[in-house]
Design a protein around this ligand. Structure first.
Ligand SMILES: [Zn+2]
Ligand SMILES: [Zn+2]
Length: 307
C-alpha cells in the first residue's frame, strides 16, 4: 500500500464543487446557463455537468468565476445481477456508447480520456457489493450521499455499502452530490471540498484520484491529524460546531464522540486499538448534517509517522 498523503496538510486550498447535476440537454428542468448561475450564486467554485449520455464541453470553461467541468452520466447494463449502473465520468469530453459496452469497458473509456469514474447513488439503484466487486479498480469513488434520492424515496445514503467495500474489497473514496434535475430545491444539499493548488479539470481529477477531498452536507472539516504515538495510530479532527464525531472502522470498531451538553464539539480524538483496518471520520452537526473524510488505512500510516 502506498503511503497516505494527508490532504489537510498539503499545499493548496479547498475548492467547493458539485460533481453531479443535469440540464435540459438531458432530463434536467433548467438549461446549462441557469444551472451554472444557480451554483455560482450558491458560492461554488466548480461544477461538473453530467447529463445522461451526453459528454463534452458545455460552456466556455471558467465562465464568470465558476469552473464548468465537462462530464457525463453513463448507464451500461449490469451483467452481475443488479439494475443498470449509473456512472458519472468527470472530465469526459468525447461521447461513450455505454449501452453497447460492458461496464468494465465503460470505466476504461472514461479513464482513457483522462476522466475519473464515480459510481453514483448505489442505494437508489438497489446495488450490493456483488455489483461492484467485478469492477473494482475501474472507479475511484462511490457517491455516498445523493441529494435528489433523499427527496425521491430516501435512498440517499450509501455508507453501509461504502464500509462493506472498504473492509472486503478495498479502498474507494466517498463523494456527495446534488444530482440536481429540478429547481433551487435541488441545489446545495451535498458537495465535495477538493484540495488543490489551482482550479482546473485536471487538478480536480488528480485530487479525486488521490482522495484529496472530503464530502459534506454542510459541516466543515478544518483539520485532520493522523500519527503513530506509542505504537498506536491516533486520529485528531478539528471541525465546525458539531453534535457528534464518528470515527468509523471496519465492522464494530471505532467510536462516537458526543458533544457535552450545551457545548458543540470543535475537535475530537480517537486512539486506535489496531483492529480497525481503516478509519473514516464523520462530523455531524446539530441539524443532523454530515461531513465525511475519506478512509485512512492504518497500514498506510503506521510506518513513516512520528513516534
Ligand atoms: Zn443516475
Ligand atoms: Zn444523475
Amino acid at each position: 500500500m502506498a503511503a497516505w498523503v494527508n490532504p489537510f496538510q498539503t499545499a493548496g486550498r479547498w475548492w467547493r464543487g458539485n460533481l453531479h447535476c443535469h440540464t435540459t440537454r438531458s432530463d434536467g428542468a433548467v438549461g446549462v446557463e441557469e444551472r451554472c448561475a444557480q451554483y455560482r450564486a450558491a458560492g461554488y467554485d466548480f461544477i461538473v455537468i453530467t447529463d445522461h449520455g451526453i459528454a463534452g464541453p458545455v460552456l466556455a470553461e471558467q465562465a464568470a468565476g465558476l469552473l464548468v467541468v465537462p462530464g457525463v452520466e453513463l448507464h451500461p447494463d449490469n451483467p452481475y445481477g443488479g439494475d443498470i449502473y449509473h456512472i458519472v465520468g468527470v472530465n469526459v469530453r468525447e461521447s461513450i456508447a455505454a449501452e453497447r459496452l460492458s461496464p468494465v469497458e465503460v470505466l476504461r473509456a472514461v479513464t482513457a480520456q483522462g476522466g475519473v469514474a464515480i459510481m453514483v447513488h448505489p442505494y437508489w439503484s438497489g446495488h450490493q457489493l456483488s455489483d461492484y466487486t467485478p469492477l473494482a479498480g475501474g472507479y475511484v469513488a462511490l457517491e455516498i450521499y445523493n441529494h435528489l434520492a433523499r427527496r425521491l424515496n430516501g435512498t440517499h445514503n450509501a455508507e453501509l455499502l461504502w464500509d462493506a467495500h472498504l473492509d472486503r474489497v478495498g479502498a474507494v473514496w466517498g463523494t456527495a452530490g446534488d444530482d440536481a434535475h429540478g429547481g433551487p430545491e435541488d441545489i446545495g444539499g451535498g458537495w465535495v471540498m477538493v484540495r488543490a493548488d489551482r482550479l482546473t479539470p485536471e487538478s480536480i481529477c488528480a485530487a479525486l484520484r488521490s482522495g484529496a477531498f472530503y464530502a459534506t452536507q454542510g459541516p466543515t472539516i478544518e483539520g485532520l491529524d493522523v500519527a503513530t504515538v506509542g505504537g498506536a495510530v491516533e486520529f485528531s479532527v478539528r471541525c465546525s460546531p458539531a453534535a457528534r464525531v464518528r470515527f468509523k472502522g471496519r465492522t464494530y470498531t471505532g467510536r462516537v464522540v458526543e458533544a457535552p451538553t450545551g457545548a458543540p464539539l470543535r475537535d475530537a480524538e480517537y486512539r486506535c486499538t489496531g483492529e480497525e483496518k481503516y478509519i473514516r471520520v464523520e462530523v455531524i452537526d446539530q441539524a443532523g448534517r454530515s461531513a465525511w473524510t475519506n478512509p485512512v488505512y492504518l497500514a498506510q500510516v503506521s510506518s513513516g509517522a512520528r513516534d
